[in-house]
Structures are given as structure tokens and as C-alpha cells.
Design a protein around this ligand. Structure first.
Ligand code: AMP
Length: 213
């Protein structure tokens, strides 16, 4: 099974993907997390990705597609995958369709998590993320029990460099220009589900599970 989570930065894709992993036993493949890991490990891929990430731009398709398809080829992905942050444009979606088609597979559903622009800006501004397990918190809406510490694993919380206001603006611009057209792409393919992404993570998850069932 392959499920794509679509939505703007801050829509809650990462949070919902982690909840779906628990509920459905699938594997989360998050392109942003793969890039951040490479960046932390200071690999060549990480150094290249950093140049784009810090400006809020997309990492070039050839690099991104290769990285994600390699990840999808790993044995744990046989359990089924939730794609979070990939595809991010039509070229990536077509490359994914082609690669899955070659294995007689395909995307089962693309779930669009819809959140208003004002809410996205508010969420990204106060977002803190666990360095260890990537769980997201919000300083006022969903604070951790102990400031600076992850409730789930005790890891250190940090604010992403690309959550700074000027980079957020650029990321949203890129989202509307490049990623939003995927809503039409998956609608035409008869695969799109739309879910209201406002409210608590638990409420959104309930809607998402209902839509997928
Ligand atoms: P995310 O964690 O999904 O918000 O991604 C953080 C950053 O990683 C993005 O702003 C891009 O610079 C890069 N990135 C993540 N996924 C992709 C993708 N599918 N295509 C190109 N760049 C990506």
C-alpha cells in the first residue's frame, strides 16, 4: 500500500504520518527528514540539500527522486508506505508513478490535508521539533510537558532554520506554485481524498482514518 500525504508546510503531514504508522503499521518515508539526516551526517547529499533548504527552495528533482526511490527499495518498505513531503511537484509524481508501475504497484490514495494560510503561518512560527524522533510541538497550541524536551523520547526540541518567517514565506510560495497542482493530478487519477486539517492532531487523525477506510 502506498499513501501520499499532500499539504502545505505546517499542514500536519509529519504528525499525521507518524499517527498513521502506529494505526496502520506502515512505514513513514519523509523526504525532508531524509535530507535533514543527510545534513546532520554532513554527507555530500546533505551539503547539497542545505543550499536549497535554507532558502526554502526545492532540492533539484534528480537528487530528490533518486534518494526517495532508493529508500522505497529498502526491505521495510514492503510493509507499505506513507509518503510525507514527496512528491512535491508533477515531475516527482510522474517519476514515482513510473517506478511503482514497473513493480506492478501504484499509489492507493493521496490525502490532501487542507489548512488555511493564516493557520499555517501561525503553526510554523511556534513549531518545535524533536531532534531525535521528529515529533512536532507548538509553543502555545501543543506544548511539551517539560519545556525543550520531547514527551515521547526525552529528546531535545529545536526550531528548524527554515521555520524563520522569511523562509516560511518562500516555502509557501513554492508550495502554491509547484505542489498544489498535485491536487488536480491525483483528482484526475481518481485517488484524491480531502481532509480538513484544522483542529487538534487527534481530531484530524480521526477524519483521516475515516476517509481512508
Ligand atoms: P519538509 O520537512 O517536508 O518541510 O522539507 C524541508 C525542505 O526539504 C524543503 O523546504 C525542501 O528544501 C526540501 N525537500 C523536502 N522534500 C522535498 C521534495 N520532495 N522535493 C524537493 N525538495 C524537498
Amino acid at each position: 500500500m502506498y499513501i501520499v500525504l499532500l499539504g502545505a508546510p505546517g499542514a500536519g503531514k509529519g504528525t499525521q504520518a507518524a499517527m498513521l504508522v502506529e494505526a496502520m503499521g506502515l512505514v513513514q518515508v519523509a523526504s525532508g527528514d531524509l535530507f535533514r539526516k543527510a545534513l546532520q551526517q554532513e554527507t555530500e547529499l546533505g551539503k547539497t540539500a542545505k543550499l536549497y533548504m535554507e532558502k526554502g527552495q526545492l532540492v533539484p528533482d534528480e537528487i530528490t527522486i533518486k534518494m526517495v526511490l532508493e529508500r522505497l527499495g529498502e526491505p521495510d518498505c514492503k510493509k507499505g508506505v506513507i509518503l510525507d513531503g514527496f512528491p512535491r511537484n508533477i515531475k516527482q509524481a510522474m517519476a514515482l508513478d513510473k517506478a511503482l508501475d514497473e513493480q506492478s504497484e501504484g499509489i492507493d490514495k493521496a490525502v490532501y490535508i487542507k489548512v488555511t494560510e493564516g493557520e499555517l503561518i501561525k503553526r510554523l512560527g511556534g513549531r518545535w521539533v524533536c531532534r531525535n524522533c521528529q515529533t512536532s510541538y507548538h509553543e502555545t497550541e501543543n506544548p511539551p510537558k517539560v519545556t525543550g524536551k520531547c514527551d515521547r523520547c526525552g529528546g531535545e526540541l529545536y526550531q528548524r532554520d527554515d521555520d524563520k518567517p522569511e523562509t516560511v514565506r518562500k516555502r509557501l510560495e513554492v508550495y502554491f506554485a509547484e505542489t498544489a497542482p498535485l491536487i488536480e493530478y491525483y483528482t484526475k487519477a481518481g485517488k484524491l481524498l480531502e481532509v480538513n486539517g484544522e483542529g487538534s492532531a487527534a481530531e484530524v487523525n480521526k477524519r483521516l482514518l475515516a476517509a481512508l477506510s
